[in-house]
Write a protein that binds this ligand. Structure first.
Ligand SMILES: [Ca+2]
Length: 244
């Protein structure tokens, strides 16, 4: 009876030393995402003239499948621009607690919706926030059917700093995110961006099956301590009957 117990203990103890994954995903959008418009630096007035906003609703049907996010941007006229970031605060990982991040992959489905300007489609991408700086990737989608956007290895070079925060990023040494074990906590989300030329506009963009997979080195505390403690206790308890 002792040998199977020992095998279990070693398998449990070895797990934190191999790649561990944490997945943040949402396909039903029952949890509310928080939307912000950065108000730093150059984008103190992020829509350059007022009137910009994002209105987000959950549509129960028509997604890929079922529920999806209907993201509407309203943009004022006269060459205005609106940029937004949306977060689920529980989609946060602390590199310091997981021994550093070794890989990030993401996937989400998107398509364009209605607009009062047929030439408008939303720019969008994955986003992350660290040290108060907003980083994002950029895609443009003019498709009216669902399309999957993904990256199996998101690098810091693929992530840009939101324009109005470039000075703050440079001052803090935060031009790129820090995935190492000394990096600050990272929260994941998405970005949307639209501009208009001349007249005001509204643009709908849809999203479904948001998923970010983070590979790291360690099981986040306190899970690792609990796992090892339980395994060690099991070893001690099971040895005594074998010896007696
Ligand atoms: Ca869905």
């Amino acid at each position: 009876m002792l040998k199977p117990v020992l095998v279990l203990v070693f398998a449990s103890a070895a797990a934190p030393l191999t790649a561990v994954t944490t997945v943040f995903s949402d396909g039903d959008f029952e949890t509310t995402w928080n939307t912000v418009m950065p108000t730093n630096g150059l984008t103190t007035n992020p829509d350059s003239g007022g009137g910009g906003s994002q209105t987000t609703t959950v549509s129960a049907t028509g997604g890929n499948p079922d529920a999806f996010l209907d993201i509407r941007l309203d943009i004022g006229g006269n060459n205005r621009i609106v940029g937004t970031f949306s977060w689920r605060e529980d989609f946060t990982i602390a590199p310091a607690l997981v021994g550093g991040i070794t890989n990030i992959s993401y996937s989400f489905d998107a398509k364009r919706g209605a607009s009062n300007n047929s030439g408008n489609a939303q720019a969008f991408g994955i986003a992350l926030r660290q040290n108060g700086i907003h980083y994002y990737t950029y895609n443009a989608n003019n498709l009216t059917s669902w399309n999957t956007y993904s990256d199996s290895s998101l690098t810091t070079a693929e992530l840009g700093v939101y324009g109005g925060e470039s000075d703050e990023a440079a001052a803090g040494g935060f031009e790129t995110p820090d995935f190492s074990a000394s990096g600050a906590p990272i929260t994941f989300g998405y970005m949307r961006l639209n501009s208009t030329v001349g007249s005001s506009a509204f643009v709908h963009g849809f999203m479904d099956n948001y998923s970010v997979t983070v590979e790291h080195n360690l099981v986040p505390e306190p899970s690792a301590a609990v796992l090892l403690g339980v395994a060690g206790l099991g070893l001690v308890v099971r040895r005594r009957p074998v010896r007696s």
